[in-house]
Design a protein around this ligand. Structure first.
Ligand SMILES: O=c1ccn([C@@H]2O[C@@H]3COP(=O)(O)O[C@H]3[C@H]2O)c(=O)[nH]1
Ligand SMILES: [Zn+2]
Ligand SMILES: [Zn+2]
Length: 241
């Protein structure tokens, strides 16, 4: 399994694109989140929407879903193919009613399934997305009243949604065999709706060594060397997981 961050930036970052990822396994390409900057960032990474096999969504914020309208339109009118959309069952209705409906609706095209091959996922269950690529969703805390889902891939790689610091969860995941953690990181404290760097630095060194920081702000370079045993993920660099 390989991962390339199409972007590693926070919602307000301008030096980095939205924190969206491309996961590859045996030739299968999964896009993890599809934010506002994703269509251009994907193009700059040398890819187009037709080369994706599926999209997986963590939660409904613009930096994670703002590019879905273009994806849906391109797939329908340029490529004549319905993209596969993996999404927590709790988000199926909200993503249509609150995010996509206004832009996508026209005459007989008026539901999420008119544009996507929708695959609702239940948190806690493991799904095989492709040969050699399994995912399990964990609902993690981000903002009150807003459901947000982090991902465990192949029972060895944890990819956080936007989430508040949760050391107990991270410890439990490592105890269960998670080898690599990609975690959102707010560089300046307090984190409030994200884990702050200050909070992540309280993790035991054994967890920090497994942890890579993403979803960071424009000041990232100034924090190099100040992240304990944790490292920053670089956007557009391909990592083996
Ligand atoms: O109660 C709130 C709600 C939102 N926000 C900001 O808006 C951003 C939305 O995208 P994000 O989830 O990546 O990050 C969020 C924060 O930067 C906040 O600071 N407090
Ligand atoms: Zn975000
Ligand atoms: Zn968010």
């Amino acid at each position: 399994m390989q991962i390339t961050m199409i972007g590693t930036g926070s919602a307000f970052a301008k030096r980095y694109d939205n924190n969206n990822a491309l996961i590859e396994a045996n030739g299968f390409r999964l896009l993890v989140d599809c934010g506002i900057t994703l269509p251009k960032a994907l193009h700059e990474a040398g890819l187009d929407f037709a080369q994706l096999d599926a999209v997986l969504i963590s939660h409904i914020h613009g930096d994670h879903v703002g590019g879905l309208e273009e994806l849906a339109f391109q797939m329908m009118f340029r490529y004549q193919r319905k993209p596969v959309l993996y999404i927590a069952e709790e988000l199926v209705q909200p993503i249509w009613e609150s995010t996509l409906r206004g832009g996508l609706t026209q005459e007989s095209l008026n539901s999420l399934s008119d544009f996507f091959e929708v695959r609702p996922l239940k948190a806690g269950e493991t799904y095989e997305l492709a040969k050699g690529l399994n995912v399990r969703l964990i609902q993690t805390k981000h903002i009150a009243g807003k459901a947000s889902f982090s991902f465990v891939f192949n029972e060895r790689f944890f990819y956080s949604a936007d989430m508040k610091f949760d050391s107990n969860l991270l410890q439990a995941l490592v105890d269960e065999g998670i080898e690599t953690i990609y975690h959102d990181c707010q560089l300046e404290s307090p984190g409030v709706v994200h884990a702050s760097l200050e909070q992540l630095l309280t993790l035991p060194e054994a967890i920090q060594e497994k942890t890579w920081l993403m979803h960071y702000g424009d000041a990232m370079e100034q924090y190099k060397g100040k992240t304990g045993r944790m490292r920053f993920v670089e956007q557009r660099k391909r990592y083996d997981i």
